[in-house]
Design a protein around this ligand. Structure first.
Ligand code: CU
Length: 148
């Protein structure tokens, strides 16, 4: 696995200038406001968050993972008239210098197979993987089924 921190450590003794340039481009994506709607029993839990891309190229979120669930999938809720369904997606694109929200009714992460019961009010570390090689770990707040 290529962590940006690993590559940064290797590059440090070589040239400070290239490290600065690399850090700027690798820091283009930000994850914020992450929360998980914890559902009882085996009901899948939704994961929601905001992505911000400060770079001048689009970046794809390719997947998330966490030790708290056995399965984490990218989903999108699609609504046609009065019918809505969830479809699996393999990526979600954050536009250049733009934002993308994962929110109820749209893009979300579907967490299944809880590894242990989650406590409302606690946080769970979730790893976000992007197609530029970047991985970001963000603490996601565990909320109840009503989103509180
Ligand atoms: Cu879903």
């Amino acid at each position: 696995m290529h962590s940006p921190f690993f590559r940064l450590t290797i590059a440090l003794p070589l040239a400070a200038a290239s490290v600065t340039a690399f850090a700027a481009s690798s820091g283009a994506i930000m994850v914020s406001d992450c929360w998980i709607r914890s559902m009882p029993g085996d009901v899948p839990s939704g994961g929601y968050f905001k992505l911000m891309n400060a770079g001048d190229k689009p970046v794809d979120l390719e997947g998330v993972s966490t030790g708290a669930f056995g399965v984490s999938m990218l989903h999108q809720t699609q609504t046609t008239g009065s019918t809505s369904k969830m479809v699996m997606i393999d990526k979600a694109t954050v536009p250049a210098n733009g934002r993308l929200a994962f929110a109820p009714g749209g893009y979300h992460v579907m967490f299944e197979k809880e590894t242990k019961p989650l406590t409302v009010g606690s946080t769970v570390p979730v790893t976000f993987k992007f197609n530029d090689g970047q991985s970001i770990v963000e603490q996601c707040a565990v909320k109840s089924a009503t989103g509180k």
